[in-house]
Design a protein around this ligand. Structure first.
Ligand code: DC
Length: 684
């Protein structure tokens, strides 16, 4: 996950390959609640692991459900409460998860009325701005003790007062359906708890007003069926829960991939040209047989020009008509995925109008306002109304603007705007607070960068060089972390060559290396090295060698083999391969002169030899080693001299490098300075 203040996405050129989607949020949280309410144990496969499911699980644990497993790639087991309430009090924090807040409110309302519980439910500040009044009205009319502890109509809520309360189940329960379909979902999921106490004809729910987002109700009804409850539906207006209804665990249940998340990759297929002659993106985890309404985004994408193929549990989307066709579409059936259409509109000819989307205004943020504001930043012309939005793309490539996209703590804003990086003006796009995607798709950007490509020249590189012990490695790692970029520790590559030579019983003595044949054998080893860097650790031919590489002899061997032009040449391609999305910080000799001469920022550290000796001295003392600072200083000065005067790749700043004397600076100060230089070079 990108846990950085912002993520700069370079202009993207192509996309192709295959993605596997994380589990659907809507299905995951419904399944969790149903498994918690029924009797017995349910094993849930492919559950989404995200902020919204985590708050749900935390709440269910608090209520006394026995939950185990669920580590990455493993199923989760949950033992339901079977209609009981073993824990009768609690303060439940539900983040910004509407799919947890609404159904839990209804379930706890009924359980508290039955057994005498007392709970508070609350969330982040935005959750306290998202309406829940229609649901609480229905619950109160039923006899559930539910009260607002903050602003009327909004969470936080107090549910139950510690005593059982009588329920009025004889009359139809009336709930509004035109603000959020989650109110109806909440009642449908919870009322089977009391089905046996209702009238013989079953408990009836009547929807007031036109029901929105009907496909989400379909998901609810479908999953209820999987848990043994067969709700009768009458025209989206009347729902009857039969009197004999009883939740029964299906035993095992599989969560489909998230169809709303699929929309970003469908759009990607529609707007990009393929890689290696292959057109399109294959999406796994969700397919034509999906129970999720957002799967119908595929038809909307087709209308705009995408070529879509579907199968069981897979989709394949490629570019068809180009530019895309502008459309006018009632998006009530795909409210979440429709945001992706608003981005596809940037690549269409004409004005795209998305109507019947009033629910956007009460989601994670006011999505109509948010989309309008951010699309305009890119140069689009946008009209907004209470329940529709119309988007006209920038007229020519020159009308596109480099934009820093504010994301409003809304995962979907962050995800859909990443696709603006395919703009014809080849401008980068900045996504602020990229970690907000954790709500439903923590690895979204990694998945995107796994299938999208950029021209190498567009992938930014920052080079950091300087004399030995100047702190360039630390500085490079910190700068990379702040930007979410990859790191190339080129010194490690030369150390690896030294190690590979040792493993192959090839001498790295200067005299031996002076023989061209011997030098060529070392270079051949360098060419064949299979190396992997991950999380600060290094592997050579599948074996971890991180600690060995840091040993003194490895540095000395590196110093000698790195003086060979054959070895430097042999490592060139390997180093270029590190230039990957979204960017690279490369540290070491000749990064800015030979390997990445086009790097956008080159920094040369110039700490004094005395200062560097003192730092190294401190490091070694801390490690418990006995050293004399004068010896260190002398060794450093010698190494500097050797490095500066050697024939190949001598230590010297690139012509266009910015010099940074960090003798008197803390690492934080140096990082801030470099990031400042970097920011000043960005177009945002
Ligand atoms: O930064 P370091 O101590 O890990 O580097 C080991 C040796 O490799 C050092 O003598 C410099 C040399 N080197 C090089 O010649 N070119 C690079 N790009 C990086 C390191």
């Amino acid at each position: 996950m990108f846990n950085t203040p912002f993520l700069d996405i370079p202009p993207l050129s192509h996309a192709g390959g295959e993605v596997t989607l994380p589990g659907s949020k809507s299905i995951s949280n419904r399944v969790l609640l149903l498994a918690a309410l029924c009797q017995g144990r349910t094993t849930v496969h492919d559950l989404l692991d995200s902020d919204d499911t985590r708050v749900m699980l935390q709440a269910l644990r608090h209520l006394g459900c026995d939950i185990s497993g669920g580590e990455p790639g493993r199923p989760l087991g949950i033992t339901g409460l079977g209609g009981q309430l073993p824990v009768s009090e609690g303060d439940l924090f539900l983040g910004n998860a509407g799919t947890a807040m609404r159904p839990l409110t209804a379930a706890l309302g009924l359980l508290s009325a039955l057994h005498g519980g007392r709970f508070t439910v609350r969330g982040i500040p935005r959750m306290h701005e998202r309406p829940i009044g229609d649901l609480t009205d229905a619950l109160v009319a039923l006899g559930c003790p539910v009260a607002y502890t903050g602003q009327p109509g909004y969470p936080p809520l107090q549910i139950g007062h510690g005593q059982p309360a009588p329920l009025a189940l004889d009359q139809p329960i009336r709930v509004r359906g035109d603000v959020s379909s989650q109110f109806l979902t909440a009642l449908l999921l919870a009322l089977p708890l009391v089905a046996s106490q209702g009238p013989a004809g079953g408990i009836v729910i009547e929807v007031i007003g036109e029901l929105i987002s009907k496909p989400y109700i379909d998901i609810t009804l479908n999953l209820l069926q999987r848990f043994g409850v067969h709700v009768e539906r009458d025209n989206w207006q009347r729902f009857t829960i039969p009197a004999h209804s009883r939740y029964t665990s299906p035993g095992d249940i599989h969560v489909e991939g998230d169809a709303s998340s699929a929309s970003y990759f469908m759009a990607l297929g529609a707007i990009s040209t393929g890689v290696d002659g292959q057109n399109g993106i294959t999406i796994r985890g969700v397919g034509g047989d999906s129970i999720q309404g957002d799967i119908r985004f595929a038809q909307a994408a087709e209308q705009m020009g995408a070529v879509v193929e579907t199968g069981p549990n897979w989709l394949r989307v490629g570019r068809g008509t180009w530019p895309l066709r502008a459309i006018t579409l009632d998006c009530n059936h795909i409210p979440d995925a429709a945001m992706t259409l608003a981005i596809m509109a940037l690549y269409a000819q004409g004005t795209t109008t998305l109507t019947n989307i009033a629910s956007w205004r009460v989601k994670e943020t006011d999505r109509i306002a948010a989309m309008a504001c951010e699309l305009r930043k890119l140069g689009a012309t946008v009209q907004e109304a209470p329940d529709w939005i119309a988007i006209t793309p920038p007229a020519t490539p020159a009308d596109w603007r480099p934009a820093s996209i504010h994301t409003y703590d809304d995962h979907r804003v962050a995800m859909c705007f990443s696709l603006a990086a395919f703009n014809p003006a080849q401008l980068p796009v900045r996504i602020e607070d990229p970690k907000c995607v954790a709500k439903t798709f923590p690895d979204y950007f990694e998945t995107l960068f796994g299938v999208a490509t950029a021209q190498a020249a567009h992938i930014p590189v920052i080079c950091i060089d300087g004399p030995t012990a100047s702190g360039k490695g630390t500085l490079a790692a910190e700068v990379a972390q702040a930007l979410g970029y990859h790191v190339l520790d080129s010194g490690a590559l030369y150390r690896l060559v030294g190690l590979a030579a040792r493993q192959a019983n090839l001498s790295t003595h200067a005299d031996d290396l002076a023989r061209p044949q011997h030098a060529e054998r070392v270079a051949q080893l360098a060419r064949l090295m299979d190396v992997r860097f991950e999380g600060g650790r290094v592997w050579l031919h599948g074996q971890e060698v991180s600690d060995t590489l840091r040993e003194e002899w490895a540095g000395m061997a590196a110093s000698r083999v790195s003086a060979l032009p054959e070895v430097r040449q042999a490592l060139l391609q390997l180093q270029h391969n590190f230039r990957q999305l979204p960017g690279l910080v490369a540290d070491g000799r000749d990064m800015g002169t030979v390997v990445f001469p086009d790097a956008a920022l080159k920094v040369f550290l110039t700490a004094s030899a005395r200062q560097r000796a003192e730092r190294r001295y401190q490091q070694l003392i801390d490690r418990g080693e006995k050293v004399i600072i004068q010896d260190l200083l002398r060794a450093l000065e010698q190494r500097d001299e050797q490095d500066k005067t050697r024939q190949h790749a001598p230590l010297k700043p690139a012509q266009d490098a910015l010099q940074l004397d960090n003798s008197e600076q803390t690492i934080e100060q140096s990082v801030a300075l470099v990031l400042g230089w970097w920011r000043s070079k960005q177009p945002f």
